[in-house]
Write a protein that binds this ligand. Sequence first.
Ligand code: NAI
Ligand SMILES: O=C(O)C1=N[C@H](C(=O)O)C[C@H](O)C1
Length: 232
Amino acid sequence: MKIALLGYGRMGKIIEQLALDRGHTITLKADSKTEHLGFGDADVAIDFSLPHTAVKNIKSAIDANVPVVSGTTGWLDNYNDIVDHCTSKNGAFLYASNFSLGVNIFFEVNRVLAQLMGKQNDYQPSIEEIHHTQKLDAPSGTAITLAEAIIENSDYSNWTLDPNSKDLHIEAKRIEGVPGTHSIIYDSEVDSIEIKHTAHNRNGFALGAIVAAEWIHDKKGVFSMKDVLNIG
Ligand SMILES: NC(=O)C1=CN([C@@H]2O[C@H](COP(=O)(O)OP(=O)(O)OC[C@H]3O[C@@H](n4cnc5c(N)ncnc54)[C@H](O)[C@@H]3O)[C@@H](O)[C@H]2O)C=CC1
Ligand SMILES: O=C(O)C1=N[C@H](C(=O)O)C[C@H](O)C1
């Protein structure tokens, strides 16, 4: 496949390496200095850019009739706008807050645990996420996905970063060099239950994005990693 990379930072560079190893070619490496996104004959685009550039990048790919997968976080207020745009142009689009196989399994474990704990009022749920200090958004997109599943199965209606709020609390810690760690904690007076996913490096995110790009390149519609991995 010919792949256009929208974003050539930490993730874009790892995706390039793994994509070449899988026999793909890279036709575009767009970064902050790129003035025009020339998609040429790209089969698919992979967007790992910045919260304020993702919407424009995704729309440009759809307008160029290039299926696009996006892992950029922090832009989801515009998600429905992108879905409408993709549908009106008969394009192909997939967003995942986290592309790694391990986290997508963790999402399912979180959902089952949330269903079990939904009526256990003695337990207070909370989420902790830890990322490197260069991360621009908080909480992480992954933490938001985890929170949404807990909210669906409980009396909570919102998540919050404020520890004094009554909403579902997400604690976002920034520590140099951490690729991404997410924990769900249910705490009671007598015990606690905790599940945790720890990324050891970024390769799982990158591989998942390439697998998603391979999957979507000949499709039309709006998809998620559930469609790609066939889990859940
Ligand atoms: N969904 C997932 O599995 C994962 C998502 N992420 C997310 O991916 C995004 C990127 O992460 P990193 O690579 O670590 O960030 P980074 O800061 O290393 O890279 C961002 C890149 O975007 C480029 N860029 C800036 N303006 C652009 C524009 N207008 N068009 C195209 N590119 C532009 C920058 O020059 C840079 O190369 C973040 O939002 C992060 O949260 C990161 C890892 C995994
Ligand atoms: O910025 C990152 O690095 C990551 N961002 C994603 C997120 O916001 O959930 C995924 C992963 O945790 C790494």
